[in-house]
Design a protein around this ligand. Structure first.
Ligand SMILES: Cc1cc2nc3c(=O)[nH]c(=O)nc-3n(C[C@H](O)[C@H](O)[C@H](O)COP(=O)(O)OP(=O)(O)OC[C@H]3O[C@@H](n4cnc5c(N)ncnc54)[C@H](O)[C@@H]3O)c2cc1C
Length: 423
């Protein structure tokens, strides 16, 4: 891989999501060589993917080149490639760009969409876990409206204009809210020939309420916000199958739609090579309170792909950015402590709360035992996301886009761009 061999230990980080990024930054002044490898050459700010999918933001404004983030960090090396195997007894990674030896390995590979083994749903539903998937979703939404315009079959037109979002977590709620805004303010201007009373947005949740990680009042508030925007919220409803046109539900109901958007589950992105008991039944690495993978001294996992069992979180911490960031800070501190032969620290999660936005002017927020919503919640949601975005340019671009969309009730990026195919 052409990385200079140095006298200091080599820390290899797989994945530049929230966890990997923070870890590499926190090791800036440590006496180690940091090698970061990612299958993308950019970091993705996943919380705003739904705005890319609904034409609110350009993809470039929520992604940031990894090399630019670490410009000037002298102990840092980036390699663009995918890790395929861990050979733990040789302290070696096999990757698409060659072998990579390590002294410490940190797995921060995040998660991918989970279809729970339902191959038909996997084949036909649209996921939203990456920039490419969000862009694909945007194109599909717009292509289906173009298609609806061409059709003189009412049933087909209705199916093309029906959007079923599966999964009532923050991603599903935010995506459904954004689709309702498109229906209200944007698409009727583009397609005046279509009857928008036919456009339906449904949020389908298998549990008794949306946003299950939040308090009951905020759950109800979010559902009310969605219903006020015209979203049909179907609770206690489990999807059983989908053939690209008809969704079948476990209770026998069905729905005709060409748009099934899947936000109902995630599973860990794991790398082959470790002992079978290093993984739990949810595809997450089993880690101890130091983030060390079970039965490995120098292999750590953190963030979404890792599960640390504690009294409060017996099945692992919530799969959110602050957990990944805080675990990364701990691992960086502990590697430096170990090098000084000091006792490492145990992980303790500082829970700052949760939030979700529902269309313009509305959000639900819970932080430090304070609960609020409406415009104040929406403002806090925007400020926090702007603050957390990587890169000054991205913050400015996103802010200007939001301002423009807010004033003009518009979404400017209504482009259908799908992979080029040679005729
Ligand atoms: C649509 C959406 C909305 C979200 N909204 C919020 C929110 O509002 N607030 C919040 O706190 N959290 C939110 N989350 C969750 C949050 O994004 C994750 O908790 C966080 O990204 C986890 O960070 P991570 O470092 O563990 O993994 P990730 O950020 O997923 O990063 C994993 C990295 O690993 C790389 N990778 C994977 N496999 C390999 C391999 N084999 N070789 C090389 N590289 C590899 C990937 O390319 C990626 O860069 C949201 C997630 C999604 C999908």
């Amino acid at each position: 891989m052409n990385i200079p061999q140095q006298k200091v230990p080599r820390v290899v980080i797989v994945g530049c999501g929230f966890g990997g990024l923070q870890l590499a930054k926190s090791l800036k002044n440590a006496p180690v060589q940091v090698v970061l490898i990612d299958k993308n050459n950019y970091h993705t700010f996943q919380p705003l993917l739904y705005q890319v999918a609904t034409a609110g933001l350009e993809a470039d404004s929520i992604a940031y080149p990894i090399r630019k983030i670490f410009k000037g960090q002298t102990n840092f090396h980036f390699r663009w490639g995918e890790v395929q195997q861990i050979v733990a007894d040789k302290n070696l990674l096999r990757t698409t760009v060659g072998d990579l030896p390590y002294d410490y390995l940190i797995i921060a590979t995040g998660t991918t969409t989970n279809y729970f083994g339902n191959t038909a749903i996997e084949q036909h539903a649209m996921p939203m876990k990456s920039v490419t998937e969000a862009l694909n979703l945007r194109s599909m939404i717009l292509q289906n409206f173009e298609q609806a315009l061409l059709s003189d079959n009412i049933k087909e037109q209705e199916a093309l204009m029906t959007f079923a979002v599966v999964g009532g977590g923050p991603t599903g709620v935010e995506l459904a809210g954004a689709l309702c805004e498109l229906k209200k303010h944007v698409l009727p201007n583009d397609y005046p020939e279509l009857d928008f009373r036919k456009m339906r947005v449904l949020l389908i949740e298998s549990g008794p309420e949306v946003l299950q990680a939040m308090s009951a009042p905020n759950q109800q508030k979010a559902r009310t916000y969605l219903e006020e925007l015209g979203c049909e919220v179907w609770l206690n409803t489990k999807v059983a199958g989908y053939d690209g046109s008809i969704v079948n539900f476990q209770d026998g109901k069905s729905l005709h739609t060409k748009n099934l958007l899947w936000a109902a589950g995630i599973k860990g992105v794991t790398i082959p090579g470790l002992n079978a008991d290093a993984l739990n039944n949810r595809g997450r690495y089993v880690i101890d309170e130091y983030c060390r993978v079970k039965r490995y001294e120098n292999i750590y996992a953190l963030g979404d792909v890792a599960a640390m069992s504690s009294e409060k979180f017996p099945n692992g911490h919530p799969q959110v950015a602050p957990v990944a960031i805080q675990m990364a800070e701990l691992v960086a501190r502990n590697i430096q402590k170990l090098l000084k032969q000091q006792t490492p620290d145990k992980f303790e999660y500082f829970d700052k709360g949760a939030m979700a936005t529902v269309g313009r002017n509305r959000a639900v927020v819970e932080a430090f035992n304070i609960r609020f919503g409406g415009f104040a919640g929406w403002f806090v949601w925007m400020a926090l996301h702007l603050m957390l975005l990587v890169g000054f340019r991205n913050k400015i671009v996103v802010f200007i886009n939001w301002l423009w969309n807010y004033i003009n009730y518009d979404r400017n990026i209504r482009l259908i761009i799908r992979p080029y195919q040679k005729a």
